[in-house]
Design a protein around this ligand. Structure first.
Ligand code: MLC
Ligand code: 5AD
Length: 689
C-alpha cells in the first residue's frame, strides 16, 4: 500500500485554495475548522492537564495536590507498566517495573489513596489506560462511590483506545477482537451511567512518538475513529449519543505550521465523518482534543533548550485550538520529570495563558493563504490514505498484519537517516554541539521500596477480604466474558469485593489468552549515510570470521517503546550483520535460551522504562562471560558507570548518532570476534588440520 505525500509548506502563497471554503464559516459551527466553540479561550481557557504518576498512590497523590495548588486545572494519571498490562505488583513479571513509568495501582484501595483529599465531583481526571481498562475504570468508579460521588457526577476521560496500542504503544493484553468488545463495553457503560465522562480518547500522539509524520498521525487517528464508529454501530450502540463523548488526543511536534493545520483539519474530518454516519448532533460533531508536546523531539544534550522546543510546540496547540494541554518537562530524554522540570513545564502554560495574549484571538491563522492551503492538504492526505486503507481491507485487517506499524517504522527510519545526513538538523544533537552541561536534578524512582510496599498491601488486602465474595465475583466475571455480556458491571462488583486488578485480568486471560502481535522490521539503507571506511571494516571482520557477525537485539520486561530497538536492528542488518530480534515482553530466560542456540557476537538490550539496572544485573549473572552486552534507552548519565561496572560494554542513549553507535560497536565486536578467531585457529592447530 502506498502512503501519499503532503504538499510542502514553503514559499509564497498567493491565494486560498478553491476547495477550502470552510475557513469562511464562523468558529463554533460545523465543520468547526476554526474551533469547536464560538469564543474559545475568551470564554474558557484550555485545561492545563499535566500527565503524571510515579511510585505508589501516596507519592502521586502528593504530586497531584501540589500541582492543583500551583494552579493546574485538571488531572491526568500515568500508570506503571504492570498496571497497564494487568499484573499486580507482586507478580514475577512485574518486579523490575513497579512504580517506574507511572503509579502502581493494584486495587481500589490504591485508587482511593491516589485521590485522597481530591474531590472527584469537582476535578476532571484523565486516565491513560487501555489494556487493563476494565478493572482500572471500575477502581475509579468504586473509589469515587466510596468518596460519596456517584458515577453521573464524574467528569474526565478514559483513553480506552486499543487500536493504537497494537499499532504503536504496545500496552495491549488480549487479541484485537476481544479487546474491541472491551472497548465498546466501556463506551456503552459510560454513555448510560456517566454522561459527563469522555469514554474514549482516540489517540494520534503515540504514532508521532513512534516515528509518524503529523499527517500520517492524523490519517491513522481518523482511520481508527472510523473503525470504532463502525464497530459501535455493529454492536447496536446509539452513535448519536455516544459520539458526543468521544474525544481526541494529538501530539505536537516541531513542524509548527503542519501541527496547527493538523488540528484544524482534524475538526473538519470528524465533522465530515459523523455526517457520513448520519449523525445529526452538532455537539457530537464538535471535535474536542487534548494535546501533548513531543517527547521524541527533546534532546538529551543541553536539556534546557527543550523548554524552547516545548513552548513552540505548545503554541501550535493553542493556535490550533486545543481544549486541554500537557507540556513536557525539559529532562524527559533523561528520566521521568524532576520536580524542578515539572514546575517549569507547568509554568510555561501559565505564561502562555496569562502573559502573551495568544489565546485572545480565535483561530488566529484562519484566512492565512498558507494555513488554509496546509489545512486543505492535510484533509486531502487523510482522505487518500483512508481510501488506500479501505482498499487493503480496513484498519482491523492492517492492524492484524502489522502493516500500519510498518508504515510508521519506515518513517522513523527515514527520520533517522535524515538526521544522520543532516537533512534534518537538531540543535545540540547533530549540529551546534557543545560540551556545556546544563544543571540536572534527575528524579530517582524508589522502585524497590514501592514493590515492597505494594506487595505488603496486597498481602494485607487478601487477608482481610471475604474470600467467598472474591471467588463468586471472579466466576461471575468469567461467565459474563463467556456469554458476551457487558463486562463493566461485573468488574465493578469484583472491585467492590476487593478483587485486585491482576486477578480481574487473570480471570479474563483465562478465557481469552494473552496476545502477542506479529513483528516485522523494515530494511533500511543506512550505509549511504555512514562512514564508508567503517562499513568496509565491518565487511572485513565478517570475512576474517568466515561468516557474518551475529547479533541479538532484545526488548526485555514490560516496556513497549520499540522505535529505537527496531531502528538499531535495521542499522545492524544494513551493516551486514545477521540480527535476531526478541520483541517486546521478552524475558531474560528467552535471551539466555536464544544465545545458547546461536552464541551471538553481541547482545543489545533496549530499555526505556528505567528498569535497566535490575535487568542488566540479572542478565550478566546468567549469560556466558565472553558475550559483549550493550544497552540502549533512556539512561541517566549517573547510571552509566554502574552499568559498566556490572559488565555492560557500551551504553547508547538519544544523544548518539547511528555512526557513533556503529563505530563503538565495531571496536568492541572486533576484540570479541578476534578472540573467537584465535580460539578457532588454536583448535584447528590442536586438531592438526
Ligand atoms: C469549554 N467549554 C466551553 C468552552 N470551553 N463552553 C463554551 N465555550 C467554550 N469556549 C465547556 C465544555 O463544553 C465542557 O462542558 C467543559 O467546558 C469542559 O471543557 P472541555 O473542553 O471539555 O475540557 P476538558 O474537561 O479539559 O476536556 C478536554 C477533553 C478531554 C475533551 C479533550 O477528553 C480530556 O481532558 N482529555 C485529556 C486526555 C489526556 O490527558 N490524556 C493524556 C494522555 S498521555 P461539558 O458540559 O461538555 O462537560 C499519554 C502518554 C502515554 O497517553 O503514556 O503514552
Ligand atoms: N510522568 C510524566 N510524564 C510522563 N510521560 C510518560 N510517563 C510519564 C510520567 N509518569 C510523558 C513523556 C513521554 C510521553 C508519552 O508522556 O513525555 O514522552
Amino acid at each position: 500500500m502506498k502512503v501519499p505525500s503532503l504538499a510542502k509548506i514553503e514559499g509564497v502563497y498567493s491565494m486560498v485554495p478553491e476547495t477550502a471554503d470552510s475557513w469562511r464559516d464562523a468558529h463554533g459551527t460545523a465543520p468547526f475548522v476554526r474551533g469547536p466553540y464560538e469564543k474559545m479561550y475568551q470564554q474558557k481557557p484550555w485545561t492545563i492537564r499535566q500527565y503524571a504518576g510515579f511510585e505508589g498512590a501516596l507519592e502521586t497523590n502528593a504530586f497531584f495536590k501540589r500541582a492543583l495548588l500551583q494552579g493546574q486545572t485538571g488531572l491526568s494519571v500515568a500508570f506503571d507498566l504492570p498496571t497497564h498490562l494487568g499484573f499486580d505488583s507482586d507478580h514475577d513479571l512485574a518486579a523490575a517495573d513497579v512504580g517506574r513509568t507511572g503509579v502502581a495501582i493494584d486495587s481500589v484501595e490504591d485508587m482511593a489513596v491516589l485521590f485522597d483529599g481530591i474531590d472527584l465531583g469537582n476535578v476532571s481526571v484523565s486516565m491513560t489506560m487501555n489494556g487493563a481498562v476494565l478493572p482500572i475504570m471500575a477502581c475509579y468508579i468504586v473509589a469515587a462511590e466510596e468518596q460519596g460521588v456517584a458515577p453521573d457526577k464524574l467528569s474526565g476521560t478514559i483513553q480506552n483506545d486499543i487500536l493504537k496500542e497494537y499499532i504503536a504503544r504496545n500496552t495491549y493484553i488480549h487479541s484485537p477482537d476481544f479487546s474491541m468488545e472491551v472497548v465498546s463495553d466501556v463506551v456503552a457503560y459510560c454513555s448510560e451511567h456517566m454522561p459527563r465522562f469522555n469514554s474514549m480518547s482516540i489517540s494520534g500522539y503515540h504514532f508521532q512518538e513512534a516515528g509518524a509524520s503529523p499527517e500520517l498521525e492524523l490519517a491513522l487517528t481518523m482511520a481508527n475513529a472510523r473503525a470504532y464508529l463502525t464497530h459501535f454501530q455493529q454492536q447496536g450502540i446509539d452513535l448519536e449519543f455516544v459520539a458526543k463523548r468521544l474525544s481526541f488526543f494529538f501530539g505536537l511536534g516541531m513542524s509548527f505550521y503542519k501541527e496547527v493545520a493538523k488540528l484544524r483539519a482534524a475538526r473538519f474530518l470528524w465533522s465530515e465523518l459523523l455526517d457520513e454516519f448520519g449523525i445529526r448532533s452538532e455537539s457530537a460533531k464538535r471535535l474536542k482534543m487534548h494535546c501533548q508536546t513531543s517527547g521524541v523531539s527533546l534532546t538529551e544534550s543541553s536539556p534546557l533548550n527543550n523548554i524552547v522546543r516545548t513552548t513552540i510546540e505548545a503554541m501550535a496547540g493553542v493556535f490550533g485550538g486545543t481544549q486541554s494541554l500537557h507540556t513536557n518537562s525539559y529532562d524527559e530524554a533523561i528520566s521521568l520529570p524532576s520536580d524542578q522540570a515539572s514546575k517549569v513545564a507547568l509554568e510555561t502554560q501559565f505564561i502562555l495563558q496569562h502573559e502573551t495574549g495568544i489565546g485572545d484571538v480565535v483561530d488566529p491563522w484562519g484566512g492565512s493563504y498558507m494555513m488554509e492551503s496546509a489545512t486543505q492538504s492535510m484533509i486531502e492526505y487523510v482522505r487518500t490514505m483512508q481510501n488506500n486503507i479501505e482498499i487493503e481491507g480496513g484498519v482491523l485487517a492492517l492492524v492484524a498484519s502489522g502493516q500500519l506499524t510498518a508504515f510508521i517504522h519506515r518513517q522513523a527510519l527515514q527520520t533517522a537517516m535524515d538526521e544522520e545526513a543532516l537533512n534534518k538538523k537538531i540543535v545540540g544533537k547533530n549540529c551546534y554541539q557543545s560540551s556545556s552541561l546544563s544543571p540536572q536534578n534527575e528524579r530517582v524512582i524508589a522502585s524497590d521500596k514501592t514493590l515492597l510496599l505494594q506487595s505488603k498491601k496486597l498481602a494485607l488486602l487478601k487477608l482481610k477480604r471475604d474470600d467467598g465474595a472474591v471467588k463468586r465475583a471472579l466466576q461471575a466475571l468469567q461467565a459474563a466474558a463467556r456469554s458476551k455480556q457487558n463486562l463493566m458491571p461485573f468488574t465493578i462488583e469484583a472491585i467492590r469485593a476487593r478483587v485486585t486488578v491482576g486477578e480481574c485480568i487473570k480471570a479474563l486471560t483465562d478465557e481469552n489468552s494473552r496476545y502477542l502481535k506479529p513483528e516485522h522490521i523494515e530494511p533500511a539503507l543506512f550505509c549511504a549515510h555512514l562512514d564508508a571506511e567503517m562499513v568496509k571494516r565491518y565487511q572485513a571482520l565478517s570475512s576474517q570470521l568466515g561468516r557474518p557477525l551475529r547479533f541479538l537485539v532484545a526488548k526485555v520486561g514490560l516496556d513497549g517503546h520499540d522505535r529505537g530497538a527496531k531502528v538499531i536492528v535495521s542499522l545492524l542488518r544494513d551493516l551486514g550483520i545477521e540480527v535476531d530480534y526478541l520483541p517486546i515482553f521478552s524475558s531474560l530466560d528467552d535471551i539466555i535460551q536464544q544465545d545458547g542456540m546461536y552464541q551471538y557476537d553481541g547482545i543489545g538490550l533496549s530499555i526505556l522504562s528505567g528498569a535497566h539496572i535490575p535487568f542488566v544485573t540479572q542478565l550478566t549473572q546468567k549469560i556466558r562471560t565472553d558475550c559483549p552486552i550493550f544497552i540502549g534507552g533512556v539512561i541517566p548519565a549517573s547510571d552509566k558507570n554502574a552499568l559498566e561496572t556490572i559488565g555492560v560494554e557500551a551504553v547508547f542513549t538519544a544523544k548518539h548518532s547511528l555512526n557513533d553507535i556503529a563505530m563503538s560497536l565495531y571496536d568492541i565486536l572486533v576484540v570479541a570476534a578476534k578472540i573467537k578467531v584465535n580460539r578457532f585457529e588454536n583448535q584447528r592447530i590442536m586438531k592438526g588440520c
